[in-house]
Ligand binder design. Structure first.
Ligand code: BJW
Length: 256
């Protein structure tokens, strides 16, 4: 790769100089694994379903069976998906830069399955159940008579361990992500429409602390005008190119 001042080369240089990289990922990074995004006009989940009918505590209270059917369908989809080159490149990036904090809005575990460690799950995880009474992540009772999943400890209704609209972000994820964004000198926003708060506010937090913002997205977003480098394209292609660029620069410096 020749290092003229292309946006990709500028991103590589910023990452090479970085002390702490904070990465926020969204549904777009898993799109190339076949997991649908939310807001894509044709294939996004919200193109077929209304968020207020499926992703709110009120919707679950009204009709838990319907919500569970939707989540079981998505669970199967996620279980069948494989991490893609973008997930793998981020796991590798963490081994190259001095420090990397990965915050994901995704609930699909694909970062962890690609080898990323210490992933901050901002919106929970679709593969876990949580007790509606005790609030703890727990196993299912094998004795459920209603056909709905019930808590093995107390018999109350279980729900997916995700964050719905109007619900608070898990406290430790909220705090850890905020601290990491404020401490970072490079903040990467990858495959997120940057419209759902408080996640979307993390880039603004990093910006206020003087971090450089690198965005990777197939489209422009609200964040694009604020980004120092906006790379337009699929993250499954761009992230491996970034990692290859970093490796090449390191090799050149070492005279390899
Ligand atoms: C590619 C690509 C490729 C495609 N490569 N790119 C301030 C202002 C306004 C509103 C609010 C505010 N603060 C709070 C709110 C309300 C609300 C909110 O933000 N609403 C906005 C929509 C207006 N926020 C909340 O309710 C949050 N809670 C909260 O604030 O609580 C306060 C509170 C405090 C104390 C007590 C009680 C309450 C909670 C938000 C929860 C969001 N939950 C969901 C569902 C999770 C569970 C599940 O999966 O079922 O999270 S909604 C959905 O949106 C999901 C996602 O994580 C989230 C973000 O979506 P994301 O990842 O950006 O996906 P898309 O589809 O939108 O975008 C994909 C992008 O990828 C696109 O840009 C593509 O171009 C791109 N792309 N292919 C690279 N190959």
């Amino acid at each position: 790769m020749t290092f003229i001042s292309t946006p990709l080369a500028i991103a590589v240089s910023a990452l090479r100089a970085a002390r702490h990289v904070c990465v926020l990922t969204g549904a777009g990074i898993s799109a190339e694994s076949g997991v649908p995004t939310f807001r894509d006009a044709q294939t996004g989940l919200w193109a077929k379903f209304r968020p207020e009918d499926l992703a709110t505590p009120e919707a679950f209270a009204r009709d838990p069976r319907r919500i569970w059917e939707w989540y079981e369908w998505r669970r199967e989809l996620v279980r069948g998906a494989q991490p893609n080159a973008g997930h793998r490149a981020l796991a590798e990036l963490a081994r190259i830069v001095p420090r990397l904090t990965l915050v994901t809005q995704n609930v699909d575990s694909l970062h962890q399955r690609a080898g990323s460690e210490g992933v901050i799950e901002y919106h929970g995880n679709i593969l876990r159940d949580r007790c509606t009474a005790e609030g703890i992540v727990t196993d299912r009772s094998p004795l459920s008579v209603t056909g709905l999943p019930e808590c093995a400890r107390c018999g109350e209704l279980l729900r997916p361990d995700v964050v719905w609209f109007g619900e608070a972000i898990p406290r430790s994820a909220l705090l850890q992500a905020d601290v990491a964004a404020a401490d970072s000198d490079v903040f990467m926003a990858i495959g997120t429409a940057a419209v759902v708060y408080p996640a979307a506010g993390l880039a603004e937090r990093a910006l206020r602390s003087g971090a450089k913002i690198i965005e990777i997205n197939t489209e422009s977003t609200e964040l694009t005008p604020l980004a120092d480098v906006a790379l337009q394209g699929p993250s499954g292609q761009l992230l491996p190119q970034i990692v290859a660029g970093l490796r090449e620069q390191r090799g050149q410096r070492a005279g390899l």
